[in-house]
Design a protein around this ligand. Structure first.
Ligand code: SAH
Length: 245
């Protein structure tokens, strides 16, 4: 039986898809994914058998991969960014318990924390943590606890899923929790549509961030106590002593 490739496609454009991912896609007979990501596939893969499933039907999407692989096809499941970071990789392993003959191969991709950081400058160049504000699968109390702990630990914080149609005020709620222990002047930034048309980056303070409306295609960065703005870029220092003359 062929293995199933679980592929991280990066933030959007083909230049940000890894060579290993492109190789696996070239060899695939069928590519499975959420419709939006199938549409982002480079043109030369559009001729393959493409199976799309709507958002929220993740379990069906995974089952489908195993069924297609069971027929002897070479299956690639695509996710945005990295498939192992708020992606489908873990669910595939869970569902894969029922399909012990089918091996899974995860191919890493550039996650939004990495690609967004590159747009802003170098905000995650020291200890950082990544927190999703989506409470679809995680209780909000857990998210709050992690926000408090990250602030307490002076981590740079990267927020995924900062907003959706149903969760318009979640970024504000998160900022309120962070403001309990972080000064309002703390430097922050956010990037919308990384690696896609209409990329937009903003740098602001934590107090200002609280008032900003962001959409679901945005990744948010909150600096640590030492993060600075250098030449308009968000920079978290490593601790080197730099002598200026
Ligand atoms: N597996 C993906 C994350 C999926 S969760 C990855 O590794 O990047 C979805 C969240 O990721 C979005 O709400 C947003 O916060 C972030 N994200 C993913 N792609 C993005 C992009 N192109 N631009 C900005 N944020 C993005």
């Amino acid at each position: 039986m062929n293995p199933i490739y679980i592929i991280g496609m990066g933030p959007g454009k083909e230049e940000m898809v890894t060579g290993e991912a492109l190789c696996a896609l070239e060899q695939a007979d069928v590519i499975v994914g959420y419709t939006v990501y199938l549409n982002l596939l480079p043109a030369r893969f559009q001729g393959k058998e493409l199976l799309s499933t709507p958002m929220r039907q993740e379990k069906e999407r995974c089952e489908r991969c195993f069924r297609e692989a069971g027929k002897g096809k070479r299956v690639a499941l695509i996710c945005s960014g990295d498939a192992g970071i708020y992606g489908m990789a873990s669910l595939m392993y869970e569902i894969g318990k029922d399909y012990p003959d089918i091996e899974l191969m995860v191919i890493p991709g550039i996650t939004a924390a990495s690609s967004g950081a590159a747009v802003l400058g170098a905000p995650i160049n020291h200890d950082f943590c990544v927190i999703s504000l989506s409470d679809l699968l995680t209780p909000w109390e857990t998210i709050e606890r992690r926000l408090r702990a990250a602030a307490e630990g002076d981590f740079v914080i990267v927020l995924y899923n900062p907003s959706s149609h149903k969760r318009k005020d979640y970024l504000k709620r998160a900022c309120d929790i962070l403001l309990c222990s972080i000064d309002g002047a703390r430097v922050c930034g956010y990037v919308e549509n990384i690696g896609r048309e209409g990329t937009k980056a903003e740098i602001c303070t934590l107090t200002e961030l609280r008032e900003r409306e962001v959409n679901m295609f945005t990744t948010v960065f909150i600096g640590n106590a030492g993060t600075e703005i250098i030449d308009g870029k968000l920079v978290t220092k490593r601790g080197y002593h730099v002598n200026r003359t």
